[in-house]
Design a protein around this ligand. Structure first.
Ligand SMILES: Cc1cc2nc3c(=O)[nH]c(=O)nc-3n(C[C@H](O)[C@H](O)[C@H](O)COP(=O)(O)O)c2cc1C
Length: 307
């Protein structure tokens, strides 16, 4: 029974508007066995001394171990490490099966391919409601600046990309011949313009968020699909996905059979409305192109993304 004065799901939804990175925090238990937990609560605290913090749910299997551990390591995940994040978001043992790692201070596991790693000595553990706040003093760290961080935002995994900004009177005449004709810049500007306009439309006209739209679109393509498959295609952790699915089920837009999920009749009607809004928006984005140019553009983009 919850004592919270808020609706917990809504409160979590509000917190999800603050995007974070994704870490796996590791240590060794008293028998020398590795433990690890996916955590987005990591943050910096102090530069001198070098302190960082994260918070662990008291009900997590590893909480009592981290509470007593003299050392822990923070593995900051990069965009290609969604699988590691999902694996360490599961509960309990055997998370290290078939995974290679090096041992850091106190034996805490360090994975390959992370954007940064901090090897910490536990500085203090504080009470934090249903979580423990663990502060560590960084003893050693590394970072690989060639990697892009994995982001967690509004319950889904994401990646960062530079903000497109807005040209003002002062900057409108600053040209850059290379950038203005460079494909990456053009693709990014077009994509940014496209979704900035589309998502508010989907919400205003159909009351659907981008995250919900992604799930409904995945479901529209098949008669029934497993939660695990939706999680992979929507790139959303299982725990968060289940919350999104619960919301959609309460609105009678989806239904579950065993471990599979499918659209209801009401869900199919909504999905058709979303499809119409999306297509109308796509047409408005392509008005400056002839039909032949639009077809050629899509064909070229498909060829580019094919493996
Ligand atoms: C992206 C993401 C971020 C998470 N952040 C935290 C966190 O900051 N603290 C926490 O206790 N659990 C967090 N979790 C949930 C834990 O990873 C999950 O409860 C896991 O089962 C804990 O492992 P354990 O029970 O083996 O200790 C997060 C999960 C995901 C997918």
């Amino acid at each position: 029974m919850s004592n919270s004065k808020f609706d917990i799901r809504d409160f979590r939804g509000a917190l999800g508007h603050f995007p974070t990175g994704v870490t796996v925090i590791t240590a060794l238990d008293k028998d020398g066995q590795p433990i690890g937990c996916t955590a987005s609560s990591f943050n910096s605290v102090s530069i001198d001394p070098a302190l960082v913090l994260w918070s662990v749910d008291k009900s997590a299997f590893s909480a009592a171990i981290f509470e007593k551990s003299e050392y822990f390591a923070v593995n900051i995940l990069s965009e290609s490490q969604v699988d590691i994040s999902n694996r360490f978001a599961g509960r309990g043992e055997d998370k290290f099966k078939d995974i290679s790692y090096k041992s850091g201070l106190g034996g805490a596991p360090l994975f390959d391919g992370c954007g940064a790693q901090f090897e910490c000595k536990t500085w203090n553990v504080y009470e934090g409601g249903d979580h423990l706040i663990i502060v560590g003093e960084v003893q050693k760290y590394t970072h690989d600046d060639s990697l892009t961080p994995l982001v967690f935002s509004k319950g889904s995994y994401a990646v960062t990309s530079p903000h497109q900004g807005k040209r003002t009177e002062n900057t409108s005449n600053i040209g850059n011949e290379f950038l203005d004709d460079y494909l990456l810049y053009l693709l990014h500007s077009a994509s940014s313009k496209f979704h900035k306009d589309l998502y508010p439309k989907l919400f205003d006209e159909c009351n659907v968020t981008p995250e919900q739209w992604r799930i409904l679109t995945i479901l529209s393509e098949s008669s029934a699909i497993s939660i695990q498959s939706i999680s992979e295609v929507a790139v959303q952790p299982i725990g968060e996905l289940k919350i999104s699915l619960q919301l959609l089920a309460e609105q009678e837009l989806i239904k579950s059979t065993d471990n599979d999920v499918c659209l209801t009749a009401k869900g199919k009607i909504l999905q058709n409305e979303l499809f119409v809004v999306a297509k109308r928006h796509e047409e408005s984005m392509l008005t400056k192109l002839t039909d032949t140019q639009a077809t050629a553009l899509k064909k070229a983009l498909k060829a580019m993304v094919e493996d």
